[in-house]
Write a protein that binds this ligand. Structure first.
Ligand code: IPE
Ligand code: IPE
Ligand code: MG
Length: 253
């Protein structure tokens, strides 16, 4: 690999066509730990470091938004000890990293049903949101207790409620109305989805928002997904032809 200044876009990437929003399914922490004879929680701990590294890449390369899947609505079905560890880990990482995030100009927000999370975690979440809301360098969104289907149910219920109260007519419900009712209201759709660990599925992540994202699957386990791996994902992304149902520029010429 060529020697480059970390804070500039690698020379083989076009800085003008980088994704503006990258969504990530951080998968493979457990397998990473198992491969090393460690408990699964060691993989989660290491996985948290990967998020920090990726965030740094986004800052260095000018990618304005990163959305990571930290805990799904289905993950409650894991053993209680693992769930409790994860909740504590989120709380601690938010507490430890808040100052660094603040200094780096990272705006942190969350998607998911946060109301049922443990109170100490909710306190850290609210602190992170309020303290970083004016930041503009990179927008980090963390999906916790997030499920796309649950998100859609919540959105449709709220629209039905507005119809029932005469605030909205059924014929006024269109794509922008639905967009505004999602947790991701006001966020651009992801351009690129990365899933690590070799699984080829979406696992209930941003089903509406990923409608036209480019999908990138890699066998690399999340704790091993480093700057070079992210660089490779971006190379792949820049070779895609995003047609959105139209003909490619070459064909229509
Ligand atoms: C992803 O890693 C982290 C969470 C889902 C919280 P996993 O814990 O799913 O790791 P694997 O898939 O078992 O290796
Ligand atoms: C998806 O990973 C959820 C997160 C990364 C938080 P899972 O490991 O839970 O997904 P499945 O069970 O393999 O589909
Ligand atoms: Mg998994």
């Amino acid at each position: 690999m060529d020697i480059q200044n970390n804070s500039t876009v690698p020379s083989d990437l076009n800085p003008h066509t980088l994704p503006q929003h990258v969504a990530v399914i951080m998968d493979g922490n457990g397998r990473w730990a198992r491969e090393r004879g460690l408990p699964r929680i060691a993989g989660h701990r290491q996985g948290a470091r990967t998020v920090k590294e990726l965030l740094r890449c986004c800052q260095d390369w000018g990618i304005p938004a990163l959305t990571v899947y930290a805990f799904s609505t289905e993950n409650w079905q894991r053993p209680l000890a693992e769930v409790e560890f994860l909740m504590k880990l989120f709380e601690k990482v938010l507490c430890w990293e808040r100052l660094d995030m603040q200094r780096a100009g990272v705006k942190i927000s969350f998607i998911g049903d946060l109301a049922i999370l443990p109170t100490p975690l909710q306190i850290e979440i609210n602190r992170a949101i309020t303290e970083t809301e004016a930041n503009q360098a990179v927008h980090l969104t963390i999906a916790i207790n997030y499920g796309s289907r649950a998100e859609l149910v919540t959105a449709f219920r709220s629209l039905a409620d507005q119809v029932q109260h005469g605030l909205l007519k059924p014929e006024e419900i269109d794509e922008p109305t639905i967009e505004r009712s999602l947790y991701t209201a006001n966020m651009p759709h992801p351009d690129l989805l990365i899933r690590t660990s070799g699984e080829l599925r979406l696992s209930n992540y941003l089903l509406w928002q990923l409608a036209y994202a480019e999908l990138y699957f890699t066998p690399t386990l999340w704790p091993d997904f480093d700057r070079a791996a992210f660089h490779q994902a971006l190379q792949h992304y820049q070779h895609r032809d995003r047609r959105y149902g139209k003909l490619s520029t070459a064909l229509s010429a």
